[in-house]
Design a protein. Structure first.
Length: 662
């Protein structure tokens, strides 16, 4: 009986039972949060939506609980004799109670504070109120007003103390008895194995998953489970929000100029043109993984003495019938930078937008804006649903539907998981076929976007193509060839669909990848991405423009071409209605802002201009013209205005035109 009791109350089992208590307490706090703010959520709440929120909340709770109980878990799992002493048991219990009491207090406090902020509290709250001296009285008043939450907190802490599972004293004393070496070694070995097993499981829980498609979850991932950014606060918990933003004060507003001066130099607010012609065209955006300009022959006829052919024969042919720009760039270096840039005209400054607290701002995009004009919208990505936070971002910015690996596998017309590449996603060729055919089921007009995946590390192609496409000296080249052919087959299928002739196609990449040529290894070359507008109807004149383009220009260019009649926020410009000399591009590289306009590239570290290059003639950026270019001062002023406007809007939740967000 004693042995059974000692087993049932072993420290390992007690740890799991006590963490289960914490899960229950977090669940109570979430319902308290929801009830306290029912006016914000209740009108649109359904049982299905609540189930999605609770499912997402479980993942975020797991991450927070494992972080905040790491010390307690270590105390419970260390295979040391002193664990059995009364002082150790008391210390472990107090660590458990105090750490979780702080977390519960934060969750319940946010049930009130949310009413003023519209979001879960992040670490910026400490700097926000650093100079305030009346917080004591403010907190005191709120405690009195919300006395029921104080009682709930006390009840939860009491429950954690009262129902705490304590390890049985002396449960492992037998290992110290003389001449019992083998049992002792077995016990110590088993304890060590349990500790070693707990560590990777904890890391997986903290990250939010274990597959190659999962990056550490952040605040923005909560949008995957809700319809509105506001609702993400129900999915999140405050300890998680605090932990994920520690040391990540990303956006600070510089005071380069006054608000009046700022608006005179630059504004991202686009107003409808009086002369706009309304076109109810479908819009299809293809974001092709790692599809840098270097790989496309049509952009590089000057390379290798004019002998360079590239690896994209189909895209080269498509360019002959498309509008392209000689100097086109991406606005970031990661896939998670490409989504906001292409679909919402938000460049990457300092940190990827949806890895920051500002990702919880109200934000729109092509789908959200065109919804006002009656468009249906859908986003496609062949990876595991939720991968890279794309599903969350798509939902946040207004896409009606999301089609991922799950939806592909459920379509009997295709091969299901037999088409999975084994690492990231469904191979591009079958998934783009799925994309083309699925759009034929949509009502028109529609806007849809697809994010491909095959031209990605580990740089493999399907078995049937391994003897067809060779590396060409670079492992990604065979993947580029494969994806180019997948695009060819996509357009062959699309050409026979009823929506094709009334559709504007936009092709770009999320970022660039491995390079072979020095030009593409420069600070600017790393951002060389294609931007291609193809309109089968011929409304957009084909040809290569001697001008500058960037990903954040895609949204305003599309909306401008469609004659969109509402104001909106987009940091780029309408390429089809902007003079070539006024086009520009901006990106951020290791603490330096890069601004391209006219003939020059200006590099600015936030305080001073570091370099100026004539990027058109100085292809390798070898000759710094700092202080010797008359355009430098004006370019610096314009870049400062862009940065200040960006930071201001990020920190004040001003990424949509109020009254027009819907």
């Amino acid at each position: 009986m004693t042995r059974i009791r000692n087993y049932l109350f072993s420290s390992q089992l007690c740890l799991l039972l006590n963490l289960a208590l914490v899960y229950a307490a977090y669940g109570v706090c979430r319902f308290a949060f929801l009830i306290e703010n029912w006016s914000a959520f209740g009108q649109s709440m359904t049982w299905g939506k609540l189930a999605d929120m609770l499912r997402g909340g479980w993942m975020f709770d797991t991450s927070a609980i494992l972080y905040t109980n790491a010390l307690y878990a270590l105390l419970m799992l260390l295979p040391l004799h002193w664990r059995e002493s009364a002082p150790w048991r008391r210390a472990a219990r107090w660590v458990f109670i105090v750490c979780n009491a702080v977390c519960l207090a934060a969750n319940l406090a946010d049930a009130v504070y949310f009413q003023y902020t519209g979001r879960r509290t992040t670490v910026t709250v400490f700097s926000e109120f650093a100079s305030e001296h009346n917080l004591g009285s403010v907190v005191g008043v709120e405690l009195l007003r919300h006395w029921y939450l104080v009682l709930l907190f006390a009840a939860l802490v009491w429950a954690l103390w009262r129902f705490y599972f304590a390890p049985a004293a002396g449960s492992h004393a037998w290992v110290r008895r003389p001449l019992r070496l083998r049992p002792a070694l077995c016990w110590y070995g088993s304890q060590a194995l349990m500790l070693l097993a707990y560590i990777p499981l904890t890391v997986i829980g903290m990250r939010g998953g274990a597959t190659t498609a999962v990056r550490p979850i952040t605040i923005s991932n909560a949008n995957q489970y809700v319809d509105r950014p506001l609702e993400a606060a129900v999915v999140l918990n405050t300890p998680f929000s605090l932990i994920r933003t520690v040391g990540k004060t990303v956006f600070t507003v510089p005071a380069y100029m006054t608000p009046r001066q700022l608006d005179a130099v630059y504004s991202p607010v686009h107003l409808p043109a009086d002369s706009a012609v309304v076109r109810r065209k479908n819009v299809v955006v293809l974001i092709v993984e790692s599809f840098g300009r270097e790989y496309i022959g049509g952009y590089n006829k000057w390379l290798d003495g004019g002998r360079y052919k590239g690896y994209t024969p189909f895209v080269d042919s498509l360019m002959q019938h498309s509008a392209t720009w000689l100097y086109s760039y991406c606005n970031g270096r990661k896939s998670i930078d490409g989504m906001p840039s292409v679909l919402s005209s938000i460049p990457m400054f300092v940190e990827p937008f949806f890895l920051t607290p500002s990702s919880m701002n109200d934000v729109s995009g092509l789908a959200g804006e065109l919804k006002h004009s009656g468009y249906h919208s859908a986003f496609f990505h062949g990876a595991e649903n939720g991968s890279m936070g794309f599903q969350a971002f798509a939902r946040t910015t207004g896409f009606d539907e999301y089609f991922g690996r799950t939806e592909y596998n459920s379509d009997s017309r295709f091969g299901g998981d037999s088409d999975f590449d084994g690492t990231w996603a469904i191979w591009d060729e079958p998934f783009l076929q799925f994309f083309a055919l699925k759009m034929s089921e949509f009502r028109q007009p529609f806007v849809s976007a697809v994010f491909t995946a095959s031209s990605h590390h580990p740089y493999v192609v399907p078995d049937e193509y391994k003897g067809v496409y060779n590396d060409g000296g670079n492992p990604i080249h065979k993947c580029i060839r494969y994806t180019d052919n997948a695009l060819r087959r996509f357009f062959e299928t699309a050409r026979h669909q009823p929506w094709y002739k009334n559709t504007l196609f936009v092709l770009t990449s999320d970022h660039t990848n491995i390079t072979d040529h020095p030009y593409y290894e420069t600070d600017l070359g790393w951002f060389c991405s294609p931007i291609i507008f193809f309109d089968p109807s011929g409304d957009i004149k084909p040809g290569m423009r001697d001008a500058i383009a960037q990903q954040i220009d895609i949204m305003p260019t599309v909306l401008g071409h469609l004659g969109y009649d509402r104001p909106y926020v987009a940091f780029g410009c309408d390429l089809l209605n902007t003079a070539p000399e006024d086009t520009w591009a901006v990106n951020y590289l290791n603490g330096v802002y890069q601004y391209v306009k006219g003939d020059y590239l200006l590099q600015f570290d936030g305080e001073r201009v570091r370099a100026v290059y004539n990027f058109r003639t100085d292809l390798l950026l070898e000759h710094n013209l700092l202080g010797r270019v008359r355009e430098q001062r004006q370019m610096e002023r314009e870049l400062k205005a862009i940065i200040q406007s960006y930071m201001t809007r990020m920190t004040t939740n001003a990424l949509v035109v109020r009254g027009e967000a819907g």
